[in-house]
Design a protein around this ligand. Sequence first.
Ligand code: AMP
Length: 113
Amino acid sequence: MDNCLFCRIMKGEIPSAKVYENDYVYAFRDINPQAPVHVLVIPKKHFSSLNDTAAADDRDLAECLRAIPVIAAQEKLETGYRVVSNCGPDACQSVQHLHFHILGGAQMSEKMS
Ligand code: AMP
């Protein structure tokens, strides 16, 4: 996807603060952090959101989930963290490339919305 912001970040065409990468996944710091640690985990293959993953290779999705605890450990989030994937306009998804927010580094509210 030539015009997708996160595809371009993953390819290095737009700078980002990389925290993790493997053959399937790229992770980088959110430019507008909502917590002391705020990392975005994306599959290297383009899916617009979770709604676009019915035909996805399991590996592309599983590797995102497996990367999350690795990144959490790297970021020293031993006391916990939250994972969010906004999907569609009601959830205020602003970038149409599947991504998982890892939020941590402080006590969070019990409220999630
Ligand atoms: P969402 O609103 O769930 O689609 O999340 C998109 C996230 O991407 C937001 O938290 C933005 O702050 C973040 N973001 C947008 N542009 C960039 C960028 N160039 N580098 C890092 N994060 C970005």
